[in-house]
Write a protein that binds this ligand. Structure first.
Ligand code: 9MR
Length: 369
């Protein structure tokens, strides 16, 4: 208790923060087994919201930047780098002794308009795009060498059928763009862990495609440390057995597995769709937004059981699954409030809209035996 009081005094917090801090923590619950991380936003890592900053420092031992290290944030115009936010993010992680992640170097989304074009607006050639990729990766990874411990190097390069996504990276550079990205990142920081990160690879053809791709990269000597399974999941998909088999298969291929963007969507959906593609945008329908006044107890319980089930699967793979990162701290700021339908009231995380721990949190820190 004394430690918490000291921490709060240091962070200049009011008493209202006390209940959230004076309790068991996720990082202790999984100590020596899993790092537990969270995706963070500027108001949290700059300390503008001191309560949330303290909650993050208290509960988690790893962080990922939700948006501030994407290409459009770091290099909006060619050779014009903006590091203010990213520097503060890395400082927060370093100060708090957290395993600090970089997200993400090579992605088809959140990229500035100039990246794939020349001055006349025509697509650039392979050599130009490779040079731009190299410059970006070496500048960014080089700047945080030794402090950012792991990078999502290539993000979401696969289609739902497991073939390579027809992105500008693939069309302009060709298949070896993945190997090049890992190579450049490795040159810039040989000690950093380097991941391939994707959603929907928990099962099916996309999983098979990911395994084949990663085996091929490893066989060619490409410095890939592991695979990030994003795990934007629902209450029922993927089934625990499927996830378990998938992690086993990645482990057998010699890869570490990170759970990089975990959240559990409890809202009803139009049909079954395992895609977390940010470009999905569906029409609103009140029937698909049933929990605007809070989550009913039976759904809270189902969510708690689901979180417990997922962590039980992760824990079955010691040495393979080494980190689990939640994609956000409190429900009110989850991306799932606006995706795939804008303006819904979503409840996918461990802390509610008041940033108070939910039954799902309790299920992880104090499991019923
Ligand atoms: O949560 C992120 C949201 O705030 C952004 O608007 C969106 C677009 O950049 O990206 C979200 O995060 C995505 C992550 O970077 C990659 N995997 C899917 C995540 C959810 O869309």
């Amino acid at each position: 208790m004394r430690i918490h009081v000291v921490m709060m005094a240091a962070a200049g917090l009011g008493l209202s923060a006390m209940p959230a801090l004076a309790q068991a923590t996720l990082k202790d619950a999984f100590k020596n087994r899993l790092l537990v991380g969270v995706a963070v936003r500027p108001h949290q890592f700059t300390g503008a919201n001191a309560t949330q900053a303290a909650l993050i420092a208290n509960q988690f031992n790893s962080i990922t930047p939700e948006n501030v290290m994407k290409w459009d944030a770091l290099q909006p115009r060619e050779n014009e780098f903006h590091f203010e936010q990213a520097d503060r993010y890395v400082d927060f992680g370093t100060r708090n002794g957290m395993f600090t992640i970089g997200h993400t170097l090579v992605w088809h989304s959140q990229v500035p308009g100039w990246l794939f074009k020349d001055a006349a607006g025509n697509p650039v050639d392979r050599e130009t795009l490779l040079a731009r990729m190299k410059k970006h990766i070496q500048t960014v990874v080089g700047r945080y060498k030794g402090r950012v411990k792991g990078w999502d190097v290539v993000n979401e390069a696969l289609e739902e059928d497991g073939t390579l996504r027809q992105s500008p990276w693939l069309k302009i550079i060709g298949e070896d763009y993945l190997a090049k990205a890992f190579q450049f990142a490795h040159e810039a920081d040989p000690a950093a862990q380097l991941y391939y990160n994707d959603y929907g690879i928990e099962g099916g053809k996309k999983r098979d495609g990911a395994i084949a791709l990663l085996k091929k990269l490893k066989a060619a000597g490409v410095p890939v440390t592991g695979v990030g399974i994003q795990d934007h999941v629902s209450l029922t998909w993927p089934p625990a057995t499927m996830l378990d088999e998938t992690i086993t298969a990645f482990g057998q291929a010699g890869l570490k597995v990170m759970i990089t963007e975990l959240d559990v969507d409890v809202l009803p959906a139009r049909g079954h769709n395992t895609s977390a593609d940010v470009s999905r945008n569906e029409a609103a329908d009140p029937a698909l937004n049933p929990y605007t006044n809070g989550l009913p107890a039976n759904v809270q319980e189902a969510l708690a059981r689901r979180y417990a089930e997922l962590f039980a699967v992760y824990l079955k793979h010691p040495g393979v699954v080494t980190r689990v990162t939640l994609w956000g701290l409190c429900d009110g700021e989850s991306w799932l409030n606006d995706w795939p339908i804008r303006g819904r009231t979503s409840h996918p995380l461990l802390f509610d809209r008041a940033c108070k721990p939910k039954p799902a949190f309790q299920a992880l820190v104090a499991p019923r035996r």
